[in-house]
Design a binder for this molecule. Structure first.
Ligand code: HAM
Length: 472
């Protein structure tokens, strides 16, 4: 018997995981929205040259990791290994450099494909959420992109993250640096792995990314880009770090950070999480790219962006228990108590669904005990019991699955019941959120107005009239 299995490096995202992913993307999209970015979508595959020209011939991605094939028209096609190149292709092809307001600010959530060796936190199909700010030289846009990333991680509640940041200079600094690297690694040519021997010829900067030897001593002693930076690049870097300091962003300057894609210049960064458990590698990375727009046929326009690895973010959030309360749930679970009530129960379920009440129902004739267990597993808030009495009197019996309170009401009152109950619930939740209770100072310290209508609301005059609710 043939066993059908997942292709290596891919995963099934079952509903329990899918809801976590949906939550993470919801938070990330919201933050991108606060920062003025709009969603963009480009094709899953591009003509291969889009990636070879941008990501770089000497990069691991282009050399070893792309899913490239000839289509039936004999064109070389590649499943996108990252998002930036396709977006810049679209930016140039649609002549947005001439028609759109710059910087052109977009965000995306893309599945990308890399033929890497799978391990924990490393997949062949992965999701990246990223933002790109296209067509800006301003240092403030470097800061904006990094702070957007920083704010996103805070909104997700991720702890112990920090940025590794570096400046890899402009073309001029880098060509001097590449020569110095070539001179240095010439002494170790025979020790280099076979890939690095090719990198040595094509782009010696890529040697620093070597996954095999980068922890060896002679790698650590290699020349540093910081010694080759122009005064302008040094100043740019310092000014950026000053802004990050103002916002208390936790970062480390890592002068060996060059990133694995060829298109970067000046600012580069990655986010890591200090963790006693397994290290999954960077959870996100990005940088400034000065030549990508012109390399893909547009004018000379500098840009900056980053992307997160969503699977790694989910792994970290699971380790840090940040998904409490994020689960699939329904409002109503309808139980036909006898075979004869199936048709009536079906109509009740459909009525609720058509009126935006999430509802499920089972017609398989399971015992009531099993149906109650299923309702629990589905995290149903209410159970709607439908027996012959209910059917005859055009009513339903609703049981609150948490409090176990039960009432029988006419079907005609069902929507009002849910509306009232949800409003009640909303109010309760608001009272548990300090931030929803804000006190307005009327100018007189002893006479301030509280927007919270809770019974025992206390306003702390010594703490900027911060109001907190108790006993709700
Ligand atoms: P990247 O560093 O290649 O950058 O990928 C970004 C993030 O994707 C990584 O930090 C990591 O979290 C995740 N990632 C990469 N490969 C894998 C994998 N095999 N399995 C799981 N997660 C992975 C880029 O792709 C650039 N396009 C970022 C950028 C945007 N630069 C400027 N704009």
């Amino acid at each position: 018997m043939i066993k059908y299995t997942l292709p290596r490096g891919t995963q099934d995202i079952l509903p329990d995981k899918a809801i976590k992913k949906e939550y993470v993307l919801f938070v990330l999209k919201n933050v991108a929205d606060f920062f003025g970015f709009n969603e963009i979508q480009t094709p899953v595959f591009e003509n291969t040259e889009v990636f070879t020209r941008s990501v770089g011939e000497a990069s691991d991605i282009v050399n070893k990791e792309m899913y490239t094939f000839l289509d039936r028209g004999n064109r070389s096609i590649t499943l996108r290994p990252e998002g930036t190149a396709g977006i810049i292709r679209a930016f140039v092809e649609n002549k947005l450099y001439a028609t759109a307001d710059l910087p052109y600010k977009v965000y995306y959530s893309y599945d990308v494909f890399r033929y890497e060796r799978p391990q924990a936190g490393r997949y062949r199909q992965l999701n990246q959420f990223g933002i790109e700010s296209i067509g800006t030289n301003s240092l403030y846009h470097d800061a904006e992109v990094i702070l957007e990333m920083y704010h996103s991680l805070n909104e997700l509640g991720i702890r112990d993250f920090y940025f590794k940041i570096n400046n890899i200079g402009d073309e001029g600094c880098r060509s001097k640096y590449k020569l110095a690297l070539k001179e240095y690694f010439a002494n170790y040519l025979s020790d280099l792995c076979s890939d690095c021997k090719i990198r040595y010829e094509k782009n010696p900067l890529r040697i620093l990314d070597c996954k095999i030897d980068s922890s060896k001593d002679y790698f650590k002693k290699a020349p540093k880009i910081s010694d080759f930076l122009s005064d302008d690049s040094k100043k740019y870097f310092k000014n950026l770090l000053d802004i990050l300091d103002e916002y208390q962003v936790n970062y480390e300057i890592d002068d060996s950070l060059v990133r694995g894609l060829d298109y970067y210049s000046e600012t580069v960064f990655e986010v890591h999480v200090k963790s006693e458990e397994q290290d999954y590698g960077a959870i996100g990375g990005g940088g400034r790219y000065n030549n990508l727009v012109s390399d893909l046929g547009g004018p000379q326009l500098s840009s900056i962006g980053y992307s997160f690895g969503i699977e790694r973010i989910i792994l970290i959030m699971e380790t840090q228990n940040l998904f409490d309360g994020i689960k699939n749930e329904i409002l109503a679970y309808v139980m036909p108590l006898e075979n004869t009530t199936s048709s009536y129960a079906f109509q009740v379920a459909m009525y609720l669904r058509f009126n935006q009440i999430s509802t499920d129902i089972d017609f398989s004739g399971k015992s009531i005990k099993s149906l109650f267990k299923i309702a629990d597993r589905k995290n149903a808030k209410y159970i709607i019991l439908i027996g012959n009495d209910e059917m005859i009197s055009n009513t339903v019996t609703i049981k609150n699955n948490a409090t176990k309170e039960q009432v029988t009401i006419p079907v005609a009152d069902l929507l009002d019941f849910f509306a009232n109950d949800l409003i009640k619930e909303d109010n309760n939740e608001n009272h548990h959120h300090d931030s929803k209770c804000s006190c307005h100072d009327n100018g007189n310290d002893n006479d301030h107005e509280c927007t919270c209508d809770g019974d025992e609301c206390e306003c702390d005059e010594n703490d900027n009239h911060h109001c907190s609710c108790h006993n709700h």
